[in-house]
Ligand binder design. Structure first.
Ligand code: FES
Ligand code: FES
Length: 228
């Protein structure tokens, strides 16, 4: 009989495969056009809009937004006030961009938009049309960023893990711009990320180790030594 632990352990490699599957599973088109007021379903967005005009003329109709998520085009039907975080979670099916404070304070919802780390909870999804958005799933699926994920795991830079995607996305945004950061620069780049579990000291070390390995282009894996 096989060992049940072998079947449930998510290794870093299998996590990368799982992330790639999530990225691939992003739907190109909405799977339904449902009226949120009376629950009727229509075969097209035009049908839904006409229904709003005829049956709910004073209500604001849902909007269609074309997003570029981790390099994949994805059209979603959302309420105009929806944030990017909400659209990612409830329309795109990517739940790694976390909803925590929902006020732009904690950094758990960090994504990279056109090369810049932004907070998805304070960004309207309709503002994102035509922009390139990277989420934690896209970063975790990309072999180039495996050293960063590996270093986070090796340094145990997480406890409950809820804030960790936001930290990793901020770290990736830093390394995109500055592949050779100092510890102080790592701390500054993560200044907008809050961890209730208090894992702060390990993030900078993990980023420095990842930067070292990425500079060496994987010839030999190098590790910062744990202090005794
Ligand atoms: S959930 Fe967006 S900053 Fe906290
Ligand atoms: S690891 Fe728990 S909130 Fe950061």
């Amino acid at each position: 009989m096989d060992n049940w632990r072998d079947r449930i352990v998510l290794t870093q490699e299998s996590a990368q495969v799982a992330a790639a599957q999530l990225v691939q599973a992003v739907p190109a088109l909405p799977d339904e056009f449902r009226c949120t007021l009376c629950n009727r379903v229509f075969v097209s967005y035009d049908g839904l809009k006409q229904h709003y005009g005829a049956e709910h003329p004073t209500a604001i109709a849902p909007v269609s937004v074309a997003l570029d998520i981790n390099g994949r085009r994805c059209e979603v039907i959302i309420e105009p006030h929806w944030t990017l975080q909400r659209a990612l979670q409830f329309r795109v099916g990517l739940t790694g961009t976390k909803h925590m404070c929902n006020k732009g304070v904690c950094g758990s919802c960090t994504v990279i938009m056109d090369g810049r780390a932004v907070l998805a909870c304070t960004t309207l999804a309709i503002e994102c049309e035509g922009k390139s958005i990277q989420t934690i799933e896209g970063i975790a699926a990309d072999p180039k960023w495996k050293p960063l994920v590996d270093a986070y795991c090796r340094w145990d830079a997480m406890q409950c893990g809820y804030c960790t995607p936001g930290f990793l996305v901020s770290a990736k945004a830093l390394l995109d711009k500055n592949p050779n950061p100092t510890e102080q620069e790592c701390r500054e780049a993560l200044a907008g990320n809050i961890c209730i579990c208090g894992t702060y000291p390990r993030h900078s070390t993990a980023i420095l180790e990842a930067a070292m390995n990425m500079r060496d282009s994987g010839d030999m894996k190098r590790e910062i030594q744990f202090e005794n």
